[in-house]
Design a protein around this ligand. Structure first.
Ligand SMILES: [Zn+2]
Ligand SMILES: [Zn+2]
Length: 207
């Protein structure tokens, strides 16, 4: 019997992976090959994102943005954490604002946060695009209409271990959620296990 001990927290969120010095693999918009988003220090010692393709010369820096406000919190309906930029200038003077959850659409009231300026926020979209350049992830597929994606090979290996385990264990710890919390429920069902695993193994075989 294959046991799997989950990881606590959100080790596979887009910004966390970049902050840890790892890269996120996306499809190159020019040649379709694997391009990597990583973080590097700019002249002011500020971490900025950059995407680079190893198959062609495509390269781009994190788009400068004038976004200055964000709203984040745990959704009152689906309980997933969100972090969205706020672009409606009528809301800039408010202390609390209403924002639709990007995961389920429920209305949430959260405090308005002022950002250090010029940073890109957000998570991988429901359809599997990165929040910085809007490119589709390289390890992206679907199972019966439910998107399946991994940020990079380490994340893919985590998903394969999780899905192929007979027994999934959430370790004890200070955090309420384990990494698998973000996986769509359809992908976790026992009856879908072999189908989902097949999709993941096909992704792993991508060069
Ligand atoms: Zn390319
Ligand atoms: Zn929600």
């Amino acid at each position: 019997m294959k046991r799997f001990v989950d990881e606590l927290g959100e080790p596979y969120s887009f910004h966390y992976v970049l902050r840890c010095g790892e890269s996120v693999v996306v499809s190159c918009p020019v040649c379709g090959g694997a391009a990597e988003i990583s973080r590097h220090e700019d002249a002011e010692g500020c971490g900025r994102g950059r995407v680079r393709c190893s198959s062609c010369s495509y390269r781009a820096d994190e788009p400068a943005s004038d976004l200055r406000f964000a709203a984040s919190g745990i959704c009152c309906a689906c309980e997933l954490w969100f972090n969205e930029s706020v672009t409606d200038s009528r809301q800039f003077t408010q202390k609390h604002i209403h924002i639709a959850c990007p995961n389920c659409g429920a209305d949430n009231q959260v405090p308005l946060r002022v950002l250090p300026g010029g940073r890109v926020f957000g998570s991988v979209t429901e359809k599997g695009r990165d929040p910085m350049f809007g490119l589709p992830l390289y390890f992206l597929s679907q199972y019966k209409g439910t998107p399946i994606w991994a940020l990079n090979r380490r994340h893919l290996a985590y998903l394969i271990d999780y899905i192929s385990a007979d027994l999934r264990i959430k370790p004890q710890g200070p955090m309420l959620r384990a990494a698998s919390y973000r996986l769509p429920k359809a992908l976790k069902l026992a009856k879908n296990r072999s189908g989902v695993l097949k999709v993941l193994l096909r992704l792993r075989n991508l060069s």
